[in-house]
Ligand binder design. Structure first.
Ligand code: NAP
Length: 251
């Protein structure tokens, strides 16, 4: 495949690639021609690795627990010493559900560590190398809760608002050096992240009822937008938060 959406000759690092959106995005980037580095909390990414190889592209795995931000810089340095990363997809994320008054500081920090601190540290390491080379793409998975407050998910909403701001800051700093930083804001997607919502019939119906598409999203619904933002077709798109939500935000 050639043309503006081709990722041939590029290597993409996708975090949280074992399941859900990360897995679907990794396989889509491979189908568009990219080789993959699949980052997981443990090295157990065999299923995604197999799916990527099935597209004919190379895949290697990297075990790194992003809940320990202080370990991230050294791991990035070791990776970047032996591997060029052209595309970084900051996908790994966690959620804590509960009212603010019962959300402990440790609960708060656990979400911010993975959803924000790790995104900053990975972007800093990979983005600096991209800027030095004069090209690269950073795609961060944001959320509708980059725009809205949600219900009983204060730390998550704060982290997702923050990554939208970080994305714009990176775009401003590295745009002059040929690096585009954008975010993808998925709507309500059927993954482990949203399992508790779908297990509550009233909440499930309430959410589905507001989605003009009339259904929950599937991880594959993010594939085209992710390939777009990672590709030369988006070379003049920078600092944008692209909503892929079946129309939720239009309601
Ligand atoms: P998911 O299936 O739970 O995926 C989350 C991924 O993050 C998993 O692969 C998980 O790896 C990884 N992860 C969590 N903690 C990690 C850690 N400490 N170190 C490394 N990796 C870690 O849910 P998902 O819906 O696909 O979530 C992917 C992203 O989309 C998240 O940023 C989420 O906030 C965002 N998002 C989801 C929705 C939705 O409706 N589903 C909507 C908006 C945004 P392990 O399985 O190995 O722990």
């Amino acid at each position: 495949m050639s043309g503006p959406f081709s990722l041939h000759g590029r290597t993409a690092l996708v975090t949280g690639a074992r399941t859900g959106i990360g897995r679907a995005v990794a396989v889509a980037l491979a189908a568009a021609g990219a080789d993959l580095v699949l980052l997981g909390r443990t090295g157990d990414l065999h299923d995604t690795e197999k799916a990527v190889r099935g597209t004919g592209r190379a895949a290697r795995t990297l075990a790194l627990d992003l809940s320990r931000p202080r370990e991230i810089p050294a791991a990035c340095e070791a990776l970047l010493d032996r591997q060029r990363i052209d595309i970084l997809v900051n996908n790994a994320g966690v959620i804590h559900r509960g009212p603010v008054e019962t959300t402990g500081y440790d609960d708060w920090r656990a979400v911010l560590d993975v959803n924000l601190d790790a995104v900053f540290l990975l972007s800093r390491a990979c983005g600096a190398a991209m800027a030095a080379r004069g090209s690269g793409k950073i795609v961060t998975i944001a959320s509708l809760l980059s725009f809205q407050g949600g219900v009983n998910v204060a730390s998550y909403a704060a982290s997702k608002h923050a990554v939208a701001g970080l994305t714009k800051a990176l775009a401003n700093e590295w745009g002059p050096h040929g690096v585009q930083a954008n975010a993808l804001a998925p709507g309500y997607i059927a993954t482990a992240n949203t399992r508790p919502l779908r297990d509550d019939p009233a909440r499930e119906a309430e959410i589905r009822g507001r989605i003009p598409a009339g259904r929950w999203g599937r991880p594959e619904d993010l594939a085209g937008a992710a390939v777009f933002l990672a590709s030369p077709a988006a070379d003049y798109v920078n600092g944008h938060v692209l909503v892929v939500d079946g129309g939720w935000m239009a309601r």
